[in-house]
Design a protein around this ligand. Structure first.
Ligand code: AMP
Length: 283
């Protein structure tokens, strides 16, 4: 695996790859890699000749300084995990903050209200920071395909919108399924901050999501949201920030199961000061 720190070194190498006509797959991450990240990299390797993984803990997407500081970082471990998976011509990109924000970028993106609900409501500025870093990384890597997890469903919807309507770059955004622990808990770098009791209590989030499909015939979307919040909060350890049932494309809350379009239940909850998110599409 090739490791690049400087934009110019990576872009020179990728220019050669494009010249010979090979396809480039891209997996942006913030590191502290787990099986969820590795599944995205495997998908990229299956579909593209060359895969580029970036690890960059993006300061502009953290609205809380302590959260940024406490975000788990372990480049050494990440590199050894990647060495086992990546080929000799695949790349790991480890840019510095200056490399990414060298132009002092402070753009404001109009994300058409996709950034106003759920995560956007609870983490002001978060998605603008995500859009900034993704736009910058797409510009450096210029991938043919970029791989993102359903785990961050709202982020995925926003990146699809960003690529298609704002950047107008021809990049296929590939949606990859959420990888879960055997308990059902969605894998997340933040899970490393949970102690073992919290880790098993946190499985209540996915357990609640899995039960929702069976409630559809007897409860309205609003009733389901209340049921889910009460069930999670009753644990005494988990506190919901939100439970929403939205149209998967517009992210607008649904009030009736018969509304057209795919639907997804999204939630965020806090346990021991650690904020976890999860979601599930419902047919
Ligand atoms: P992060 O490092 O948290 O910024 O995540 C990098 C990418 O990995 C994003 O596209 C996430 O949606 C994806 N990802 C994170 N956790 C999972 C998971 N459990 N399953 C699948 N993809 C994931």
């Amino acid at each position: 695996m090739r490791i690049y720190h400087k934009n110019s070194d990576l872009t020179n190498y990728l220019h050669t790859i494009r010249t010979i006509g090979d396809s480039i797959g891209f997996v942006p991450t913030m590191g502290a890699l787990h099986q969820g990240h590795l599944s995205l990299i495997q998908a990229s390797k299956n579909e593209c000749a060359i895969s580029v993984v970036s690890i960059f803990v993006n300061p502009t997407q953290f609205n809380n300084k302590t959260d940024f500081e406490l975000y788990p970082r372990d480049n050494e471990r990440d590199i050894s995990l990647l060495q086992n998976l990546m080929g000799e011509n695949d790349c790991l990109f480890l840019p510095s903050i200056d490399d990414i924000y060298s132009d002092g970028t402070n753009k404001k993106y109009d994300l058409q209200n996709l950034d106003k609900t759920m995560e956007g409501e609870h983490r002001p500025g978060h998605f603008n920071g995500v859009a900034m870093v993704v736009a910058r990384l797409f510009d450096i890597v210029k991938p043919h395909k970029a791989f993102f997890g359903q785990k961050d469903f709202q982020q995925l919807a926003i990146i699809k919108f960003l690529a298609k309507y704002i950047l107008k770059q021809k990049i296929d955004i590939i949606e990859c399924p959420t990888i879960r622990e055997s308990s059902g808990l969605a894998m997340s770098s933040r899970n490393t901050r949970l102690n073992s009791a919290q880790r098993s209590q946190a499985a209540l989030l996915s357990d609640t999501l899995f039960k929702i499909a069976s409630l559809k015939p007897i409860m309205s979307p609003n009733e389901v949201k209340i049921w889910a919040k009460d069930r999670i909060n009753a644990s005494g350890t988990l506190n919901t920030e939100y439970v929403e049932i939205v149209n998967a494309e517009t992210l607008v809350s649904i009030t009736n199961w018969n509304e057209p379009g795919e639907k997804v239940v999204c939630l965020a909850a806090i346990i021991g000061g650690i904020r976890l998110i999860d979601n599930l599409k419902i047919s």
